[in-house]
Design a protein around this ligand. Structure first.
Ligand SMILES: [Zn+2]
Length: 101
């Protein structure tokens, strides 16, 4: 799966696990968002994690991350991940489930 943020295609990879038990990770240098498989155990949660990481990407690509502290950036991402419950993805992330996970 891929998502597009400000015209950049980002790969979305489902991985067995991430460092420090994280749920998701945006890796700017690899143009990739990774989501841990465990996120799919709770309905809708993987979609929230994807949105959270997409907000990291938006802030990074848009240049806002450069003027925010890590704490500020994370707070914005946590607040906006709630968007996941108000927007719909068509396809693999529909209803927060991933058929390929
Ligand atoms: Zn985060």
């Amino acid at each position: 799966m891929k998502v597009r943020v400000f015209g950049r295609e980002l790969k979305v990879k489902i991985v067995d696990s991430l460092e420090d038990g994280d749920f998701g990770q945006y890796i700017e240098s690899e143009q990739t968002i990774k989501i841990a498989k465990k996120c799919f155990k709770r309905k809708g949660f993987a979609k929230a994690v994807l949105v959270h990481e997409m907000v990291h990407a938006i802030l990074g690509i848009g240049g806002l991350a450069q003027v925010l502290s890590d704490t500020q950036e994370e707070a914005i991402c946590v607040a906006l991940e709630e968007l996941a419950y108000h927007i719909d993805f068509i396809g693999e992330f529909e209803n927060g489930d991933c058929r390929n996970a």
